[in-house]
Design a protein around this ligand. Structure first.
Ligand code: ADP
Length: 333
């Protein structure tokens, strides 16, 4: 799992933190989202008010947490970090909301995983900076309104379609983060190499950029493995070191990770390229359908290995070629 997109250990988090850009200007790529955020922040600054609520949507590792931190830093406001899985009751959310400082930025990662009851509390909080707290139980229960300090919610989700409409509608703006192209990834890597004081060749950078699944987090992580490889083998951080490290960690020529390959393998070999339903595919690889749909598939679609059709998921001719598998030729009609 060394190269999957989610951060794992404390060391990994510390490493990521060190490479995180802290201003919009330093944030590589995503020009559209940067422009949109910049406008929103400047308008709020001119009017001296809290910026509108912001929803950041996109697969893991593309910079959602980083952007939340940048929003706080650029607007000179404190930042509070929370996540959907940590909010399992309305009370969990009430505790966070009622303790916010005036103008604070509240980041809720994986906001689509928040408890339903909390979601409803959040609607009112986002709209009126107010919540209703239930006091007592049964027939004697009453709801007591509580005023909140104005705040800006920055929500992150792997897919905005997973959010209920009333919640989605309360964000002033939704930013859709896209996978990064090779030239942006090269810039991410060059910047990281500089911060790590790593002397790396441009061909090595280009090779990593082409094999990191369009994802800055994975690019940085591969860079670290290349640094290890160069250190241990006493070589420079060059193309040979990159190829050695990538081979050792089983990184596919297209940068596919373990789960990507498992999905493609099942689709190609067990289902002869499909079409196969999302649920069946998810059960076959032992993952949640949501993860397959919002984390695995977007990249496979983007690089042209898989298409989503009304009848199910279908492997493309390119996928058969890439994995060197022949279609069985059985008539599926
Ligand atoms: P997400 O919250 O979407 O999973 P993060 O914001 O945690 O992703 O980003 C993961 C890592 O990738 C960060 O530590 C950062 O170093 C790097 N990163 C992400 N986006 C960019 C970018 N646009 N420019 C430079 N580095 C980036």
């Amino acid at each position: 799992r060394a190269l999957d997109a989610a951060p794992e250990s404390e060391a990994e988090l510390a490493f990521e933190g060190a490479l995180r850009p802290s201003t919009l200007a330093e944030f590589v790529g995503q020009p559209k989202v940067r422009g949109q955020l910049e406008l929103l922040l400047r308008a709020a600054a001119i009017q001296n008010r809290t910026p509108d609520h912001i929803l950041l949507a996109g697969p893991p590792g593309l910079g959602k947490t980083t952007l939340a931190m940048i929003v706080a830093a650029e607007s000179g406001r404190p930042l509070r970090l929370s996540s959907g899985p940590a909010i399992q009751h309305a009370g969990d959310l009430a505790a966070v909301l009622s303790s916010l400082l005036p103008g604070e930025i509240l980041f809720i990662d994986e906001i689509h995983r928040m408890a339903r009851s909390a979601e409803e509390m959040l609607y009112l909080a986002m709209e009126d900076f107010r919540i209703d707290i239930m006091v007592g139980k049964g027939a004697g229960a009453t709801s007591v309104p509580l005023e909140l300090a104005p705040f800006t919610l920055v929500g992150a989700t792997t897919r905005s379609g997973l959010l209920p409409n009333p919640l989605r509608d309360r964000f002033g703006f939704t930013a859709h983060l896209e996978f990064y192209d090779a030239s942006d990834l090269e810039r991410v890597l060059a910047r990281a190499a500089l911060l790590l004081d790593l002397d790396i060749s441009s061909s090595a950078i280009a090779e990593i950029a082409g094999r990191c699944r369009g994802t800055p987090r994975i690019a940085n992580r591969l860079l670290r493995r290349v640094r290890d490889f160069a250190l241990v083998h006493g070589t420079g951080a060059d193309l040979t070191a990159v190829r050695g490290a990538l081979e050792l960690y089983d990184v596919d020529p297209l940068g596919l990770d373990r789960l990507d390959r498992a999905v493609m393998d099942i689709l190609l070999t067990r289902f002869d390229g499909g079409p196969v339903g999302l649920g069946t595919l998810a059960v076959s690889v032992g993952e949640e359908a949501e993860t397959i749909e919002s984390v695995v598939e977007p990249f496979l679609v983007r690089i042209g290995l898989l298409t989503r059709t009304p009848r199910g998921r279908v492997a493309t001719p390119l996928a058969f070629r890439h994995f060197g598998i022949e279609r069985s030729g059985v008539d599926r009609a």
